[in-house]
Design a protein around this ligand. Structure first.
Ligand code: ADP
Ligand code: MG
Length: 270
């Protein structure tokens, strides 16, 4: 373990469903692991798509994020090694939809994940370089836990007409979290997903997003790619299913960009 390196916690978030959050968490996580980073994916979506997509079937999820958030179980005991070396997952649980009610009276209910990662994921015997939190498509207590625990948000944006509209809401949420739960929350970047280079609309949306957010938008654009869509049904990340496909290669480029941004940030902070 590289003692000089701190864990970076990134919340992959957008309250809109179907924009590529889970696909990005799985494949960015795999790509980061492939370039030598130690990665934990935290599946915060009760639907558990990240867990399934990484080949952890429901019946084998003995310890889940639910046990960590509700019962205070250690992250180190709960994370599962995936078939990708260096990539671990803290699986989701369908029961998580009840978390909101279970925690309604709990102490520090928005900080359950932050507290758990603070005592284990960052400092425990398994120190990760990156923790990627796959957020649910809503602004609920689970998303607040993710944003309270995160150093930065990574926003996947689908290249379609309503992309920017949803973003306004997300930026308001991030501001609200900064004012209340997590004053130092940053935006790591925005990634354009499901880009179709034959579609004028895709290009127009990409231009609009870049005009608004400038260099917060990663240069790497994730193309719409059938291999990326197929991979989860085999319980594999696209990078394992078909490393050469355009989608896998785009996620590898994105991983290098994410790491470069982190390196730059550390240098500026030093
Ligand atoms: P979210 O987690 O934001 O709801 P998903 O990652 O589950 O979104 O993606 C929504 C759907 O789009 C899924 O069926 C997924 O397989 C598909 N998808 C995501 N990214 C791509 C891509 N680059 N190319 C083709 N299909 C994609
Ligand atoms: Mg999802």
């Amino acid at each position: 373990m590289r003692a000089d390196r701190k864990t970076r916690v990134l919340a992959v978030s957008n309250q809109k469903g179907g924009v590529g959050k889970t696909t990005t968490a799985i494949n960015l996580g795999t790509a980061l692991a492939a370039i030598g980073e130690k990665v934990l994916i935290v599946d915060m979506d009760p639907q558990g798509n990240a867990s399934t997509g990484l080949g952890v079937p429901r019946e084998t999820r003995r310890v889940t994020i639910y046990d960590v958030i509700v019962d205070g179980r250690a992250v180190d005991d709960s994370a599962v090694q995936t078939s990708v070396p260096g990539l671990f997952i803290l699986p989701a649980d369908p029961d998580m939809s009840g978390v909101e009610i279970e925690l309604s009276q709990a102490d520090r209910r928005s900080f359950r994940l932050r507290d758990a990662l603070g005592s284990q994921g960052r400092d425990g015997h398994t120190r990760y370089d990156y923790v990627l939190i796959d957020c649910p498509p809503s602004l609920n207590l689970l998303t607040l836990n993710a944003m309270a625990a995160a150093d930065a948000v990574l926003v996947p944006l689908q290249c379609e007409f309503f992309a920017l509209e949803g973003l306004t809401q997300l930026m308001k949420t991030i501001d609200m979290v900064r004012q209340s739960l997590n004053t130092s929350l940053e935006i790591q970047g925005l990634v354009l997903t499901m880009f179709d280079r034959r579609s004028a609309l895709s290009g127009q949306v990409a231009n609009d997003v870049r005009a608004h957010f400038g260099d917060k938008v990663y240069d790497s654009v994730i193309p719409r790619n059938v291999r990326v869509a197929e991979a989860p049904s085999f319980g594999k990340p696209a990078l394992i299913y078909d490393l050469k496909c355009a989608g896998s290669q785009a996620y590898l480029r994105l991983a290098r960009e994410v790491v470069a941004r982190e390196r730059k940030r550390r240098l500026q902070a030093a």
